[in-house]
Design a protein around this ligand. Structure first.
Ligand SMILES: [Zn+2]
Length: 410
């Protein structure tokens, strides 16, 4: 089956008729449809499908006996995820799963057979859209989150991950690290639509990931004095909104100076009245940078300017780091090997970093992992407007097949 036919068969599942975006949330009917699609794609290819104890899907092309002389030890796995953010695009996740099945088709058309087990994987709850923790399935598999914590995560309706899993026919008591499965993997390769315009600017269809930038979230609370909008003279005000506004603008400038990215995408304002000066404003700063030194430099820069703004407007400032995720460096040997295999197929693939998290980043702590990116002309992602050209998707299949052939076949 061609990439296009397989892609078309997945396209209608979990799509919202109004927005055209996807609502494929873990353990919902839309998720069940995607899982059935995966199992059918595996069955059509005579691949051995399993759902692991953490709800991740695997389709195995088994080999009678792994050939120890064929490159790095262990199975070679390609995949991504099928779940989406609310009103997500068609490509984020599914492109990596569909291209993996299509790459297996291509290998078979070319008479290739793996010397080691080859699998397609689809990880559970990658977006964290329902239960709030991104890459939950791969974190559980890799032992990067406590099973008890995962079981207790709740969705917006108060349903726990354990309850949702049980309702879908899975046993939540089995959640947890799976050493037998992870220990058998020699390489994990995730093809993903690029979530930016890096490849477009480089005029390249395919890229190879270098690293995932370190990132973190900080909470800044500006506390002033609520007062009347009509009777309080300007000079008498202690308005936290002004300090917050100055800080948001400062964050943009700091990002430009440090070659980083900063975003304030969430504010809470108390009391939130049109005709009252606020008593307090809380702003959440998301910061990402090429390395940890620059991440801390840009955040320090923002906090310094926030303190200055707070003093200037006579308000108090409290700040707290809510989370920090270190950089992930993908396996250098695997990365170089992928670049070489692609070059041999006539695909010049630039190496580029990314500011987004992925299952490959979680698995990189346990197995050699790498990523291929497919050009996204607009760079828009997590939106129904997310798009990759059919020709670039086809090149993605060719690229992934070349990488899998190099890693798993001889
Ligand atoms: Zn994704």
């Amino acid at each position: 089956m061609s990439f296009a036919a397989l892609w078309e068969s997945l396209l209608p599942l979990g799509r919202d008729a109004g927005s055209g975006g996807y609502r494929r949330f873990s353990w919902t009917p839309a998720d069940a449809e995607c899982r059935r699609w995966f199992l059918q794609a595996a069955a059509e290819r005579n691949l051995r499908a399993i759902t692991d104890r953490n709800g991740n899907l695997w389709a195995w092309w088994d080999v009678p006996r792994a050939d120890p002389g064929a490159g790095p030890a262990g199975a070679v796995v390609a995949g991504s995820h099928l779940d989406s953010v609310p009103d997500g695009g068609a490509y984020d996740g599914p492109l990596g799963v569909v291209t993996a099945f299509a790459a297996i088709d291509l290998l078979r058309e070319r008479g290739k057979a793996p010397a080691r087990p080859l699998a397609v994987a689809a990880f559970c709850e990658e977006e964290g859209a329902r239960f709030g923790v991104a890459c939950l399935g791969s974190r559980l598999l890799a032992g990067a989150i406590e099973p008890a914590r995962a079981r207790a995560l709740t969705d917006s309706g108060g349903i726990t991950f354990a309850e949702a899993m049980t309702a879908a026919g899975q046993d939540p008591d089995a959640l947890g690290p799976d050493q037998a499965l992870v220990g058998g993997i020699g390489a994990y390769v995730e093809l993903h639509i690029e979530q930016g315009r890096g490849l477009g600017d480089l005029d390249a269809a395919i890229g190879v990931a270098e690293r995932i930038w370190p990132h973190g979230r900080w909470r800044l609370t500006f506390t002033g004095r609520a007062d009347h909008a009509g009777t309080t003279r300007l000079g008498d005000r202690r308005d936290p909104m002004l300090a917050a506004a100055a800080t948001i603008l400062a964050a943009r400038g700091a990002a430009a100076r440090h070659g980083a990215l900063t975003t304030v995408g969430k504010l809470t304002v108390d009391p939130g009245a049109v005709n009252a000066i606020s008593s307090s404003v809380t702003a959440w700063l998301d910061a990402r940078a090429p390395d940890e030194a620059r991440l801390h430099a840009v955040v320090d820069d923002v906090l310094t300017q926030a303190r200055t703004a707070a003093v200037a407007h006579g308000v108090d400032l409290g700040s707290a780091q809510e989370s920090i995720t270190p950089a992930v460096d993908f396996d250098a040997a695997l990365r170089d090997r992928m670049v070489t295999a692609l070059a041999a197929t006539g695909i010049a693939a630039p190496i580029l970093p990314t500011g987004a998290g992925h299952d490959a980043g979680v698995l990189a702590a346990r197995v050699p992992a790498g990523m291929l990116f497919v050009r996204n002309p607009t760079g828009v992602s997590h939106s129904p407007a997310e798009h990759a050209e059919a020709g670039d998707c086809a090149t993605g299949v060719t690229a992934l097949a070349a990488v899998l052939a190099d890693l798993a076949c001889r």
